[in-house]
Design a protein around this ligand. Sequence first.
Ligand SMILES: CC/C=C\CCC/C=C/C(=O)SCCNC(=O)CCNC(=O)[C@H](O)C(C)(C)COP(=O)(O)OP(=O)(O)OC[C@H]1O[C@@H](n2cnc3c(N)ncnc32)[C@H](O)[C@@H]1OP(=O)(O)O
Length: 299
Amino acid sequence: MAALAVLRRSAPARLLSGTLCVHSRVLAPWRQYQSNRHFSNDKILVEMDESTGVAVMKMKNPPVNGLSLELLTEFSISLEKLEIDRGCRGLILTSASPKVFSAGLDITEMCGKSAEHYAAFWKAVQEMWLKLFGSNMVTIAAINGSSPAGGCLMAMCCDYRIMADSPKYAIGLNETQLGIVAPFWFKDTMTHTVGSRVTEQSLQLGQMYPAPAALKFGLVDQLVPEDKVQITAAAAMAQWLSVPDHARQITKPMIRKPIVDRLVKQREADIDNFVSFISKESIQKSLQAYMDRLKQKKQ
Ligand SMILES: CC/C=C\CCC/C=C/C(=O)SCCNC(=O)CCNC(=O)[C@H](O)C(C)(C)COP(=O)(O)OP(=O)(O)OC[C@H]1O[C@@H](n2cnc3c(N)ncnc32)[C@H](O)[C@@H]1OP(=O)(O)O
């Protein structure tokens, strides 16, 4: 059975093998899911349209879709299920909460916890990135609200980004504003999306771009009225899926595999680096002060 699976694995799956070895389309796992082709965990809701082969994945971690360990774990499991399903060709990633796509990493996961917890958390962040950035499927981010830091990272992992056209919503890698540093693979993802010059400036300043500015820099590909984000994502997906899968799936890793491999080669060192950085007293103080500022903003 395992040998058969290897034989039937698609070429791109082999190209991305290593940590990303789940991309064969040899199973029919919808039989494992509910018959209505919806499946849901606490933090992730997936609706699969069998007629189009498109899955819509909604993050649902109110109030701001903080990327907690639980959400990240459920995300990776759900994505893996879709990845091995031959009937699923495209993924639209969006938020179940109005106004926020994702507030990025859940800061409470990085404050006042043990080294073991930080290591497990960071491994889950890496896993999310490896799976989403390395996906064989067409991936479209339907950004229906603000999307700082880890939220921006998730959107940038996708092949195409559609954002709600409102200056109220901003997107960017704002880590330096928190006194922390976007790791090299966040930086690589942004460079891949908008190029070196914009990335250099954005990362140093921790710049958040209102939607119209994000469009100008190519951080997002399209702006549409808020109530048209989902339907536009579906239309864009249909266009992407009009390209034969095999050709598109061989093309995508030509660009992405070297970026993926950089992290794969140094995953453990990257985890150690994160744990040692985030455990520093000065960094803990910065994060705590940032959380206090977020809370004060409301008063
Ligand atoms: C070596 C490498 C080292 C480190 C690398 C680490 C990389 C880190 C990546 C990250 O993603 S860090 C997270 C950065 N995220 C942010 O800065 C976003 C902060 N949040 C906001 O800007 C806003 O909340 C918003 C997303 C724009 C939404 O605004 P809104 O007005 O709708 O909500 P409000 O601000 O009132 O927040 C509601 C509630 O949620 C709490 N909150 C917000 N963001 C986070 C978060 N990222 N993690 C945890 N909690 C968060 C906020 O405090 C409020 O809580 P309260 O109701 O209890 O007051």
